[in-house]
Write a protein that binds this ligand. Structure first.
Ligand SMILES: C[S@@+](CC[C@H](N)C(=O)[O-])C[C@H]1O[C@@H](n2cnc3c(N)ncnc32)[C@H](O)[C@@H]1O
Length: 211
């Protein structure tokens, strides 16, 4: 089994603050709506799988207290530099979302954007349980899942693991793991009774708001 961290470390390690294009790497559109409709001003928000910090940056600009967690040190290091350069406050910690290193009930909101797809199904289940542990009783979670369809021509570059997760062993995505969620699986992962809204963008990304 590959170590999923290696793929992401590589991906972020060459990012340069000087040439970072914020117009290209703006926040996920669904995040803007999530803030408008669900988050109280100034609350503490956890960005799980924060990557290079584009969403954390947006949250911080809107006045939230931002915490970022990612498995990849290179993404966190970039996020920290970005926040320092702009004089923003943010706490960035390395770790995996299936063992979140924060106390019980400490966040009003959690976002996990385009990240759960890149874990084994069982890791995603543990991550859901950890999110609920660190979420305040009236807190809200925003999750996104990539489109279900994948070009069939890449499938000869990936091995299918027993839980249906793809593990890429060659090609551009070598080292990546990707679980193509069916809607039903998302419902099962999150628990239908916890879902506040489930939307699909034109491109097929699933946006789930839940408790
Ligand atoms: C497609 S990127 C999305 C980054 C960011 N959320 C965004 O929207 O720009 C997926 C992110 O999930 C992170 N990731 C993958 N597995 C993880 C895990 N087990 N725990 C924490 N982060 C993880 C990767 O390092 C990467 O930063």
């Amino acid at each position: 089994m590959i170590n999923p961290r290696d793929y992401w470390e590589e991906g972020f390690k060459n990012l340069k603050l000087q040439v970072y294009d914020f117009s290209k790497y703006g926040p996920a559109i669904c995040l803007v709506k999530f803030c408008d409709n669900y988050l109280g001003s100034g609350s503490s928000i956890l960005d799980l799988g924060c990557g290079a910090g584009r969403n954390a940056y947006y949250l911080s600009q809107r006045g939230y207290k931002v915490y970022g967690l990612d498995i990849a040190h290179s993404g966190l290091s970039f996020s920290k530099k970005l926040f320092n350069r702009l004089g923003l406050d943010g706490i960035f910690v390395q770790g995996s979302f299936d063992t979140i290193p924060f106390c019980n009930h400490c966040f009003s909101g959690i976002i996990c954007i385009a990240a759960l797809d890149h874990a084994l199904y069982n890791t995603a289940r543990l991550a859901m349980s950890e999110m609920r542990r660190v979420l305040k009783p009236n807190g809200v979670i925003l999750l996104t899942f990539d489109p279900e369809d994948t070009d069939e021509d890449i499938l000869d570059e990936a091995k299918v693991l027993s839980d249906g997760t793809l593990e890429f062993f060659k090609g551009k995505q070598k080292g990546l793991i990707f679980h193509r969620y069916k809607d039903l699986e998302i419902n099962e992962l999150v628990g239908e009774e916890n879902i506040i809204s489930f939307e699909r963008t034109e491109k097929g990304t699933r946006i789930v708001i839940c408790r």
